[in-house]
Design a binder for this molecule. Structure first.
Ligand SMILES: *[C@@H]1O[C@H](CO)[C@@H](O)[C@H](O)[C@H]1NC(C)=O
Ligand SMILES: *[C@@H]1O[C@H](CO)[C@@H](O)[C@H](O)[C@H]1NC(C)=O
Length: 247
């Protein structure tokens, strides 16, 4: 896990050369369902897809590059595909600006839904470049499929997880197949599924759920930084340090 590698480097370097900054790249990939059930869910047709595009834009804008404790430089790159039965890569991994620019190209595809194939393609896009990074995928769908030619959601999802991809499962709207949503999410599902939603209905009107963006962004940052450790028991003495290396 790269997080641990970063922590380890920080630990090792803190004693010898504290001025060194470790690069900690994070790749975030959006996997977006633009099949018929999503496209026709709200009127006019395609309006839910437009809401999802706005959701992704706000999401990407919230994730800032930052330096942590003067030792780790966090850099985000963004990419995404949208899918129905086929997949369309609208953005390879790139900067926030280029990613947001390419969101405008997404037009709903209609037709059926193969979530398993979309997850397979997402896994390929996220792992084919050899550069190490922390990998997150946000999957926005209604969890409803019309077929499973790529082995099913569970199998495709497990393959992605085996490659170290952390998958958040976000409902496009209130009309979902929760079983499909749960199969996408990484474990624990309380963290990676947790009723995330793009558009909810409040007082009979659709409303974008920006709390989902805040929540997922926060989890990603916590995941990377790790929670602060608890203070030690004053009675305990610390572990003895590692032996130094000869120079
Ligand atoms: C993934 O989608 C792209 C289109 O963006 C397509 O060219 C490619 O064949 C797909 N790859 C897989 C493994 O399905
Ligand atoms: C953005 O879209 C254009 C047009 O499809 C494409 O040529 C370009 O490679 C895309 N940018 C990225 C970063 O994928």
């Amino acid at each position: 896990m790269l997080t641990n590698i970063c922590n380890l480097f920080t630990f090792l370097l803190a004693s010898s050369c504290p001025a060194t900054i470790i690069d900690c790249p994070i790749k975030l990939f959006f996997t977006i369902d633009t099949s018929e059930t999503i496209a026709l869910q709200e009127s006019p047709p395609g309006s839910l897809v437009e809401s999802i595009k706005e959701f992704m834009k706000i999401f990407a804008q919230k994730l800032e590059d930052e330096e942590y404790r003067g030792q780790i430089q966090i850099t985000w790159s963004f990419g995404g595909l949208h899918f129905s039965q086929k997949q369309v890569l609208f953005s390879q991994f790139t900067t926030r600006q280029s990613f947001i620019r390419n969101l405008s190209q997404i037009k709903y595809l209609g037709k059926g839904t193969y979530i398993d194939c979309a997850l397979t393609n997402m896994t390929r896009q996220m792992t084919y470049s050899g550069k190490q990074a922390v990998l997150f995928s946000v999957v926005i769908t209604d969890g409803h499929v019309t077929g499973s030619p790529c082995g099913g959601i569970k199998v495709a999802g497990d393959r992605a997880r085996d490659q170290g991809i952390h998958m958040f499962s976000v409902a496009a709207s209130t009309s979902i197949d929760e079983l499909g949503m749960m199969e996408i999410a990484s474990s624990p599902t309380e963290v990676y599924r947790d009723d995330y939603i793009v558009m909810e209905i409040v007082n009979g009107r659709p409303r974008m759920n920006t709390e989902t963006i805040d929540h997922v962004c926060l989890i990603q940052c916590l995941f990377l930084k790790g929670p602060d450790g608890l203070p030690g028991d004053p009675g305990d003495s610390g572990l003895s340090g590692k032996k130094g290396e000869k120079v």
